[in-house]
Design a protein around this ligand. Structure first.
Ligand code: NAD
Length: 479
């Protein structure tokens, strides 16, 4: 199926009529084309957004909210179709697309549809000066949203929903690797009554289409989720243009397991935090540190459980690990396994490609556990973003804290312990934007989401996202 751009409420071919192949990771075959959009398509999208802005920004909160909630309901009504499309496009198990990706995309619209009706601004009475200040929270105008391939619709809508809820108009680009559900979203928006031009979706490569969005002088804010290198490049372009910028970037998250934890619950969750979505979640705990006294027991039990995971075709309900997103990505992950071996890492299980009958060209990889001797090695310092975790023992709280922080990233961390004082100490000292204690990826959409260090700048989620997508203007009245 050929995907089209969604501009001013219409499905449009790219002006230059250039197309990119769209691959199905499960079998390695091309199953459609996507627009290789140029600057001219971005310009059209921008013009549509700009024209829609005066009316949309003056539309009441109730009316905006109703439309967002309608989009959410339509996504829920089309759950199966969207989940199948996401699984085919990305390689993720259908069970995951059905229970996580699409329900969460629907929740994003519902949440921000509700949040905008509760979003208040501040007032400050200047006592003794006979003056009153109040803050206006005004939409920015036309904003750009750029998202990655790992949680395609989930992360695309995480940006779009707050942007339009706050009264902005959007030029958005999903990853060229997983464009399908963003394409399907256009028709849902029309059906929900979203006025034309409020949301425009332009498909294409990052270096051309994405770059054109970032460089566009009329696009005043960029919300980007993706790799750290891309984020740094975007910042170089956007900062001298004084654009508002939110960057959600890579991670190399520690999963810290103390001997006093609830062992069974830790084991179950550590399987998920290591291998969910083929390990292609920025929040996955890819460095597992285990207190020395339970290290041998953990090693045996963990590997036994990893070996039970079924690598299979994404459309099968029983599949735990689907296909990696692309051939290039599979090669990158395999290369990291070689690097780990060369630096004396011991592959305890996995490490090889999996050939699935009838789908021999699909991008399948065994879930892989590597024992490392030091946190300083390359496999522990760089983001692999695949079904690969390292494990190593630690002796003390200080030792593990130092290793957890000795990495350039700072997105999230997981702690397994029942010691309250230790929880409080470690949570305050770990350098990360998100800490989970005795759980992983438990999300409450009201909470701030984002990272420190090379994991990004700014926070999304809840009112943080609505603050990002509005400009605060103070009005001071002397009476
Ligand atoms: P990527 O940086 O290659 O691409 C992300 C998006 O940016 C894509 O849409 C791409 O086309 C676009 N892009 C690329 N170059 C661009 C440019 N010069 N100008 C504008 N846009 C450009 O990342 P990816 O490989 O799609 O995704 C994986 C990365 O995303 C991982 O590093 C992962 O950790 C990160 N990620 C972070 C979070 C988070 O919330 N922090 C969430 C998910 C993924």
């Amino acid at each position: 199926m050929n995907i089209k751009n969604y501009i001013n409420g219409q499905n449009e071919n790219p002006i230059n009529n250039e197309w990119i192949d769209n691959y199905c990771p499960a079998n390695g075959e091309v199953y459609g084309k996507i627009p290789n959009s140029s600057k001219a398509d971005v310009e059209n999208a921008y013009n549509a957004a700009k024209s829609a802005f005066p009316v949309w920004s003056q539309t009441t909160f109730e009316a905006r909210s109703r439309i967002l909630i309608k989009i959410s309901e339509l996504l829920e009504a089309n759950l199966q179709r969207f989940a199948e499309a996401e699984s085919k496009d990305n390689g993720k198990p259908i069970s995951l697309a059905k229970t996580v990706d699409i329900p969460r995309a629907a929740s994003n619209f519902r949440f921000f549809g509700n949040a905008i009706t509760q979003f208040a601004s501040e007032s400050h009475e200047s006592v003794g000066q006979e003056a009153m200040n109040y803050t206006l929270r005004q939409p920015i105008g036309v904003v750009g949203c750029i998202s990655p391939w790992n949680l395609p619709l989930y992360l695309f809508t995480w940006k779009i929903a707050p942007a339009i809820a706050a009264g902005n108009c959007v030029v958005a680009k999903p990853s060229e690797v997983t464009p399908m559900t963003a394409y399907l979203l256009g028709n849902i928006c029309n059906e929900a009554g979203l006025p034309k031009g409020v949301l425009n979706i332009v498909h294409g490569l990052g270096t051309t289409t994405g770059q054109a969005i970032v460089e566009h002088p009329g696009i005043k804010a960029i919300s980007f989720t993706g790799g750290t290198e891309t984020g740094a490049h975007i910042a170089k372009v956007a900062v001298p243009m004084f654009k508002k910028l939110s960057l959600e970037l890579g991670g190399k998250n520690p999963n810290i397991i103390f001997a006093d934890c609830d062992y069974e619950s830790m084991l179950e969750t550590t399987i998920r935090s290591s291998f969910s979505n083929q390990g292609q979640i920025c929040l996955c705990g890819s460095r597992v540190f285990v207190e020395a006294s339970i290290y041998d027991r953990f090693k045996i039990d963990f590997i036994a459980k990893v070996k039970q995971l079924k690598v299979g075709h994404p459309s099968e309900e029983s599949t735990n690990i689907g296909a990696l997103v692309s051939k290039t990505h599979l090669e990158k992950v395999l290369n990291y396994i070689d690097i780990a071996k060369n630096e004396n890492g011991i592959v305890l299980c996995g490490g090889n490609k999996v050939i699935i009958k009838d789908f021999e060209n699909g991008y399948y990889l065994e879930p892989t556990v590597i024992e490392v001797l030091t946190n300083e090695c390359q496999i522990n310092q760089e983001e692999v973003f695949g079904p690969v975790v390292t494990i190593m023992p630690f002796n003390s709280e200080d030792h593990v804290l130092q290793m957890a922080n000795k990495v350039k990233y700072g997105l999230s961390a997981t702690l397994w312990t029942n010691d309250l004082k230790r929880t409080m100490r470690m949570s305050s000292q770990i350098q990360a934007g998100i800490i989970w204690v005795n759980t992983w990826m438990m999300r409450d959409l009201r909470t701030p989401f984002g990272g420190v260090k090379a994991s990004g700048i700014g926070r999304e989620g809840g009112f943080e996202a609505l603050r990002f997508f509005t400009e605060a203007k103070n009005v001071c009245i002397k009476y």
